[in-house]
Structure formats: C-alpha cells, structure tokens
Write a protein that binds this ligand. Structure first.
Ligand code: ZN
Length: 290
C-alpha cells in the first residue's frame, strides 16, 4: 500500500513540475471566499477560474463548474455563499476545457443538474476529446460527459425567471459562448455580459498546426467574434478567469467601500474586448507566430 501511495505522489509531483500542471493541483491554495457581486449574482469560484451563481428564484443557475480537482471546494463555496448545492438546476459551460467543467459531471450525477454546452464543443467532446485537455489534469474525478442541452448561435433560453441570449464566439475554442441577461437586486436591473474564453493558448502557432488549422483560421474567427458582441449594452462584465475583470481587486475594494460597486461599469466590457482585439492583432503580426 505504501509503495502505491508513493507512486501516486510521484505522479502528482511530476504533474506539479510539468508546465501547466501546477494549475491542476493544490486547488485549495486558490480558495476564495464567495461573495455577492450584485443582487442575485454571486461569485463562488477560486482566485484563478471563475464560477458564478445566479439565484433565478426557481433554482440556481451556475456558470462553469470550476477547475478539475476542485469539486469539493466548489461545493463548500456554494454552502458558504448561503446556498444548497443540490439546488443547482443548470450549469452553463463557457467552453469545453477542463479548467471550467471540473465539477460538472459530479453535479449531473449527484443532483441531476442539467449541463448546457455549445454544439461545437459538444462535438469536440465526441470527436476530439483530447482537445478538452482532460487527460493532462491527472485527476481521477475528471471524465467527459454528454451535455444535456447543446447551445446554438442566437438562441434565447429561460432558466427560472432569468432569460438568456446566447451567441457563439469561436476563437479560444470553436464553441465558446457569449451571453447576455439581467440580474436584479429587487429594485433595479443590470445587464450582464459574459464572454466565455479569452485565452490565446489555443491560438499559438504550434497548437493550431497540431489540430490541423494550417491557415490559422481560428485567429480570424476570434477577431470576428469580438466584433460580433462588442457593441452589446453591458452594465456588468462577468469574467471567465478572474484576471479578465480584475475580480480580486474589485472584491477588496467593495469590502473597503460597502457603498460602492466597482463591478457596475458600463465601459469595462467594450474596453476589455478592444484590448483583446489589439493583442490578437499583435500576435498575428508576430513573425514567430507565422
Ligand atoms: Zn479554455
């Protein structure tokens, strides 16, 4: 038995030492106290990967399901935020990468939670499961699953009292979603904008060549996606990773200034999408990337 545990630890240590492996181990080191962002919108993610909870009045709607290996931490965060994890009726996945669907399968099995994933990323699960990157997580809790509902471009779906407008914004993956909906504090409504994946890791030359995109079509798709949703009216920009919205700094500010809410900012969405647009053009003009 001892030697088997030693073998396991050897694997874990090798994973931590390997490039991105450290992001998929020691999840508790990224624990972040959950908090109310605005009205019926709560944050229950960690310091790196976002998870948001919307209290729809008829069950909880969760955006993403945390990093792989972070299932227990997410369940704990939901309790800590004052909710019962068994009330999570729906999970909307931003895209099909394993740092976002960590607890999805657990919720599906445990509570019968319905999982929503875009049609292109559901296809990726079936035809190219390796592109979900689940195999590098090194965590036995992780496995792919059949989503219950596939999301299509332009669809409008209802979750309790919350109605969501969906668009597909291919780029980071073929099936990244963007969506728009209202949250409320009971008196006022604010329009949320969510963009489900900004990372350029999947736009690097080596990555694109490996998946057979020899003309780097995905980069042009990404630019078009940013343009497609840039002019949407957004009063509250909901991040996919904490860095997108400087979430930890905003949370700290809110604690120090309880009468202010830095998440309410009608420019943040446009500014960040413009920033990404410029960054991507730079990458496309980089001779090492061509
Ligand atoms: Zn991703």
């Amino acid at each position: 038995m001892k030697s088997e545990y030693g073998f396991y630890m050897q694997q874990q240590n090798a994973l931590k030492a390997s490039g991105n492996g450290r992001f998929f181990t020691d999840q508790e080191s990224r624990y972040t106290e959950p908090f109310q962002i605005y009205g019926n919108l709560y944050y229950v993610g960690d310091s790196w990967v976002c998870v948001h909870l919307v209290d729809t009045g008829d069950g909880l709607l969760m955006f993403d399901a945390g990093n792989c290996g972070a299932q227990a931490m997410l369940v704990y965060s939901i309790w800590k935020a004052g909710f019962d994890p068994a009330d999570v009726k729906w999970i909307i996945l931003s895209h099909g990468h394993m740092d976002h669907f960590g607890a999805a399968n657990f919720f599906k099995r445990m509570f019968g939670t319905k999982i929503y994933l875009s049609e292109p990323d559901a296809k990726m699960f079936r035809e190219h499961p390796e592109q979900s990157m689940v195999q590098i997580s090194g965590n036995c809790m992780d496995e792919l699953f059949e989503p219950d509902v596939e999301i299509h471009d332009g669809e409008r779906l209802k979750f309790g009292s919350t109605e969501i407008q969906f668009y597909l914004v291919p780029g980071h993956t073929e099936g990244c979603i963007a969506c728009f909906f209202d949250v409320t504090d009971g008196k006022e409504k604010k329009r949320v904008g969510y963009y489900g994946g900004f990372g350029f890791n999947t736009l690097q030359k080596d990555f694109l060549m490996e998946i057979g995109d020899m003309t780097f079509e995905m980069r042009r798709k990404y630019l078009n996606s940013l343009k497609k949703v840039r002019d949407e009216e957004v009063e509250l920009f909901m991040g996919n990773h904490t860095a997108n919205v400087d979430l930890l700094a905003k949370r700290k500010y809110m604690q120090e200034h309880p009468d202010k809410n830095p998440f309410l900012d009608s420019q943040a969405w446009k500014e960040y999408l413009d920033e990404k647009y410029e960054e991507l053009l730079q990458l496309m003009n980089d001779p090492r990337q061509n």
